[in-house]
Design a protein around this ligand. Structure first.
Ligand code: C5P
Length: 235
């Protein structure tokens, strides 16, 4: 295995949570914060990876003992998620061919099996890969009054999850191009697609929840308890 890099954007404010601190610092099972759980799972899958953690310049909550990696660096986040990831890409001393996985700090229920599957796909496909889930629900298009104006075909639609993984040179070129063109991308795959490349969709687990709303904290704790009960000793 060549060098694996992990970028964890954790510089968001998580305002939709309405909490007194960013969501990555709210506590989950065993009183550890979301951030510590996410990093522990990444470390379990990739113990010798190099971590680049994007934190807000004014972060008052971060504690280094939550980082289980021996080789890691902290970078200052940007105003948007893509700026945080670009700051990480500019700060790290990676080779062009190194595989870089980007994982939201707000997804602490990620499993080792999904992480390893995604890494394999990212290392194999030249356009990279992302964890994703086929859309299961009927999709509605709302009008301005929040009325259901029509039904969108769901065939071929997927939810994009993280991690998303790419070779360093491709990811950097994609995000730099998006910034130059003033395109706001909310995931890395969008920037790569804009270059005309088609990242591989890797079916991920449905329980890879992104903590966004207040109810999600209890849901994440329940998911983790179920995962621990179903696969004792494994994440
Ligand atoms: O807000 P949302 O959940 O979409 O953010 C996705 C991820 O991007 C989170 O892990 C968040 O901390 C991170 N982020 C960041 N820098 C920003 C905005 C979001 O690192 N400026």
């Amino acid at each position: 295995m060549s060098q694996i890099w992990l970028i964890v954007p954790a510089a968001g404010q998580g305002r939709r949570m309405g909490a007194d601190k960013p969501k990555q610092y709210l506590t989950l099972a065993d009183e550890r914060p979301v951030l510590a759980h996410t990093l522990a799972r990444l470390h379990h899958a990739f113990p010798s990876a190099r971590l680049v953690l994007c934190l807000d310049a004014d972060d008052r909550w971060f504690l280094p003992h939550w980082v289980p990696f021996t080789d890691w660096q902290r970078v200052v986040g940007g105003s948007e998620r893509m700026d945080s990831v670009l700051n990480a890409l500019h700060a790290m001393a990676a080779d062009d061919d190194d595989v870089v996985l980007v994982h939201d700090v707000a997804r602490p229920c990620i499993t080792v099996s999904d992480l390893l599957a995604l890494y394999q796909a990212a290392a194999t496909h030249t356009a990279g890969a992302l964890l994703a889930m086929p859309v299961a629900d009927t999709m509605k298009r709302a009008d301005e009054q929040c009325q259901s104006a029509r039904t969108e075909p769901r065939e071929g639609l997927w939810h994009a999850l993280t991690p998303q993984g790419f070779r360093y040179a491709l990811l950097r070129r994609a995000l730099e191009t998006a910034r130059q063109q003033k395109t706001l991308v909310t995931d890395e795959a969008s920037a790569v697609e804009a270059l005309g490349e088609c990242p591989q969709l890797v079916t991920g687990r449905r329980d890879n929840l992104k903590i966004t709303h207040p109810d999600d904290l209890a849901l994440a704790a329940a998911i983790m308890a179920a995962q621990a009960a179903n696969t004792p000793g494994r994440l």
